[in-house]
Design a protein around this ligand. Structure first.
Ligand SMILES: CC(C)(COP(=O)(O)OP(=O)(O)OC[C@H]1O[C@@H](n2cnc3c(N)ncnc32)[C@H](O)[C@@H]1OP(=O)(O)O)[C@@H](O)C(=O)NCCC(=O)NCCSC(=O)c1cc(O)c2ccccc2c1O
Length: 344
């Protein structure tokens, strides 16, 4: 029998590893059982893990260096930001928006929300931004919701004679923004701050993060996304528990409830978030864009279809078939769609 080449041997090793992985219980993707997968595989003379395959050899690890941040000091009208810090990474498509009211546990006032809306608009429009991080200044709070000192009869009032609930507009904006938004949470994410992290696409939490709704204790409630998205995330029973009892939950409890994607030590919070950004950024931006629309579509009803439908039109405009209609109109001729396939 001819001797096996090194390549054949590697292929065989991979196949054995793959079979061994399939023989393990379904939960083998967790870290403890993947180490048992490692054990089984190494005990039959091969080394393998979920990372030992061509997929990981091709795509590899993302870089781990800290980004260099450039401050965007003002909005499009040249007005300086006061309640937020808006930054973009140099030579990397990452934007970071930080609520900057640490003395009030990053509670927001209408002005804070207006600045957040302007920064998110800028990040949406900027083609050099592919993913946006939302966070709070310091380690004590991501955001503690609406500034209760400014509560008025019709919302929150700061520099105007009437109140606003403009955080609801911000929630819709984040939900519909065609780029991933990642909440990076240290400390309290409570009240309206908890809702902000829930409407983000992903949440990375530090071990010191604390989550909860306080509304029914302070005479408030969010009957919009704050209720419906929560119910989707944690299930209807747990959502009732969160709103009716107004308890606080640790980061690890929040992870078990499906409220957050991962929990990391506080000093790893930003590096881990950047890692997630970089992994997302290596993937197709159009795929990510359409997936965000698709993942929201059913829950968002007509507005969800609007997002997904808009993405379909956007892609169609880039095709020859789409251009034929436009060209024919501009050339005052009948369009000829005969050459385009009618796919099954
Ligand atoms: C977040 C806390 C649990 C932190 O407690 P801790 O003991 O660490 O800190 P202090 O309590 O001493 O706070 C330090 C300092 O910050 C001030 N502060 C903190 N949060 C707020 C706040 N939300 N508003 C105003 N001020 C705040 C605090 O007073 C201290 O100031 P000093 O001058 O005394 O130093 C704890 O702070 C806490 O429980 N905070 C309140 C959380 C809360 O109830 N948030 C409001 C929920 S309602 C809401 O957010 C909301 C907003 C909306 O815009 C809505 C819109 C539409 C529908 C619903 C909405 C909604 O529900």
């Amino acid at each position: 029998m001819s001797r096996m080449s090194e390549k054949d041997l590697n292929t065989l090793r991979r196949r054995v590893a793959s079979v061994a992985n399939h023989l393990l219980p379904a939960s083998s993707s967790s870290s403890s059982s993947s180490s048992s997968a490692q054990h089984v595989v190494s005990s039959i003379g091969c080394s393998s893990s979920i990372n030992d395959n061509n997929y990981h050899r091709v795509h590899g690890q993302v870089p781990t260096h800290e980004p260099l941040w450039r401050l965007i000091p003002s909005d499009e009208n040249g007005k300086d930001f006061t309640d937020i810090i808006y930054q973009k990474a140099v030579a990397e498509p990452i934007a970071k928006i930080t609520i900057n009211r640490p003395d009030r546990r990053n509670a927001f006032r209408p002005h804070t929300i207006k600045e957040l809306i302007r920064a998110f608009n800028d990040a949406r429009d900027d083609g050099s931004v592919g993913v946006i991080i939302l966070t709070g200044k310091g380690t004590k709070a991501f955001c503690s919701g609406g500034d209760q000192a400014l509560r008025s009869k019709d919302g929150y009032a700061d520099f105007e004679s009437f109140g606003r609930l403009n955080v609801l507009d911000l929630q819709v904006q984040i939900r519909r923004l065609p780029k991933p938004v990642i909440a990076m949470v240290a400390g309290y994410a409570v009240g309206g701050g908890h809702i902000l992290h829930m409407v983000c696409d992903l949440t990375i939490a530090a071990e010191n993060a604390i989550f909860g709704q306080t509304g029914p204790k302070v005479g408030s409630f969010d009957a919009g996304y704050g209720s419906s998205i929560m119910s989707r995330l944690v299930g209807p029973k747990k959502a009732r528990e969160m709103w009716f009892l107004t308890r606080f939950y640790t980061a690890s409890e929040a992870e078990k409830m499906g409220l957050v994607n991962t929990v990391v030590p506080l000093d790893k919070l930003e590096p881990e978030t950047i890692k997630w950004c970089r992994e997302i950024l290596r993937n197709s931006p159009t795929a990510i864009r359409v997936l965000k629309s698709a993942l929201n579509a059913v829950d968002d009803g007509h507005a969800g279809l609007q997002g997904l439908g808009g993405d379909a039109t956007l892609l169609f405009y880039g095709t020859e078939e789409g251009s034929e209609g436009k060209n024919a109109y501009n050339e005052r001729r009948r369009p000829d769609f005969s050459k385009f396939p009618r796919l099954p």
